[in-house]
Design a protein around this ligand. Structure first.
Ligand code: HEM
Ligand code: MYR
Length: 419
């Protein structure tokens, strides 16, 4: 008989409330209490869910034979951040086919293009900031990134609609884990943004809109493994799967500025540093600060792992935040220390702020390099290319709110570009 045991259980008929109130620390708190990296709980209307963390856990979570995405994302997630029938909810060959489309946008040339666009839009914004009494970084970043995302993807944006589209794209990721008005704003934003993009998809297909070789037109003309075009709604969902997460980098931009301010010793080195230290700093920002809390999937077929029987259909949550702070993987995980990334071997399962495993076959985030590039531009600008003041403000960030953000959204003043 293979070894089996009862894993710890977080008692209760539905612990969604505890998940909401403990936020990023819900899984870590219980792992510490139970002394194990695996426990069972009930979430989302009392469904049995297994929470796991750590490198071995990430390996099993990204084993496509054992774990699938079908039926894992609840409606509140599909109606806000993901969209219906999005790539995040697909499995197997059809997922792989659609993933190849996303990966084709991440070539060296396309990444260079987004870097150039980002620097250009930053220049415009710094000029504007020099004239402002007070700049709220998170608010500005969302707009800056909406301009970057639309320009890079070939989505036309009239100057009169920048604010509206910025707010919609941001509401999509701000609302997924929220309740009340903040959540409903996300659902409305999805309806509005989908019809905005769906309209363009239809215009391209009917020949009324010229879109050359843009990301927008590539998604409009993409054919699935059966040779069919996506229905225009799903095509819009996938265009939003490019635009929305680029705008979400605003959260990391804000944390980059916060880290520079909070950790002067570590950021001092940015001023004359080479690109390698800049990248280590950015990696530590992605490890240290809370952003994506956990990934969710379901058991594809029964299997035994570390003494526990995983039953077909069970929910599985992989603790992203907890894995990035796992004491077995990180020395003094609660310290901000970019040097921990010096000479670090690549490992797709221990550092997983944007998911783990393989980009092409699994669900790992295709936007990871783009995110790192935009963050590197941000640390370069905030450490080297601008003088500014950070007045007294509340810079604490909540471990409950998802996504977490400094309370003040990072205010700075007296901006002066350094030439
Ligand atoms: C998937 C995080 C930026 C596009 C994911 C996943 C995470 C993640 C955790 C899911 C991994 C899983 O399910 O196992 C983030 C964070 C970002 C970010 C924290 C910072 C802002 C981006 C960018 C893009 C992007 C810039 C595109 C330009 C996607 C897509 C998927 C995905 C399309 C679905 C992949 C699939 O299901 O195969 N991301 N991401 N993300 N991300 Fe990102
Ligand atoms: C994106 O895909 O837009 C980038 C990352 C946004 C992160 C938002 C974090 C809160 C949402 C929690 C959803 C949990 C999904 C299982």
């Amino acid at each position: 008989m293979p070894y089996r045991e009862q894993i710890p259980i977080d008692k209760g008929i539905d612990n969604s409330l505890a998940l909401m109130t403990e936020g990023y620390k819900y899984i870590t708190n219980r792992r510490e209490r139970f002394g194990r990296d695996m426990f069972e709980t009930r979430l989302l209307g009392g469904q049995r869910a297994i929470c796991i963390a750590g490198e071995e856990a990430a390996k099993v979570f990204y084993d496509e034979e054992k774990i699938m995405r079908k039926g894992a994302a609840p409606k509140r997630i599909r109606q806000t951040i993901f969209g219906e029938k999005a790539i995040q909810t697909m499995d197997g060959a059809s997922h792989e086919h659609r993933k190849a489309l996303f990966m084709s946008f991440m070539s060296e040339d396309k990444l260079k293009e987004v870097v150039n666009i980002t620097r250009d839009v930053y220049d415009q914004f710094i000029q504007k900031w020099e004239e402002m009494d007070k700049v709220v970084l998170f608010e500005e970043s969302k707009e800056l990134l909406t301009l970057v995302a639309c320009r890079w993807a070939g989505v036309p944006l009239q100057s009169g609609e920048v604010k509206q589209r910025t707010n919609e794209l941001a509401a999509l990721f701000d609302s997924a884990a929220a309740i009340g008005p903040r959540h409903w704003r996300g659902r409305q934003a999805r309806n509005s943004a989908e019809s905005w993009i769906r309209n363009m998809i239809e215009q391209i297909r009917s020949g009324n809109m010229k879109a050359d070789e843009t990301i927008l037109s590539k998604i409009a003309n993409y054919r699935d493994s059966q040779g069919n075009l996506l229905n225009s709604q799903v095509a819009a969902v996938e265009v939003l799967n490019i635009l929305r997460p680029i705008v979400a980098i605003a959260v990391y931009m804000t944390f980059c500025a916060l880290a520079i301010h909070k950790f002067p010793k570590q950021s001092e080195k940015l001023s004359d540093a080479d690109d390698a230290y800049n990248e280590m700093f950015v990696q530590e920002v992605r490890r240290y600060y809370p952003f994506f809390p956990f990934a969710a999937a379901r058991v594809r077929k029964d299997f035994l792992w570390q003494g526990h029987d995983f039953k077909k259909g069970n929910l599985v949550l992989l603790d992203i935040y907890g894995t990035n702070h796992h004491p077995k993987l990180w020395k003094k995980p609660w310290l901000f220390n970019p040097n921990r990334f010096a000479n670090r071997d690549d490992n797709p399962f221990d550092f997983i702020p944007q998911g783990g495993g393989d980009y092409y076959e699994g669900h790992r985030c295709p936007g990871e390099w783009l995110t790192i590039e935009v963050m590197k531009i941000t640390t370069d600008i905030f450490a080297r290319k601008m003088d500014y003041n950070v007045p007294a403000q509340n810079l604490e960030y909540s471990m409950m709110r998802m996504p977490s953000l400094p309370k003040s959204r990072f205010v700075f003043t007296s901006v002066k570009k350094i030439n």
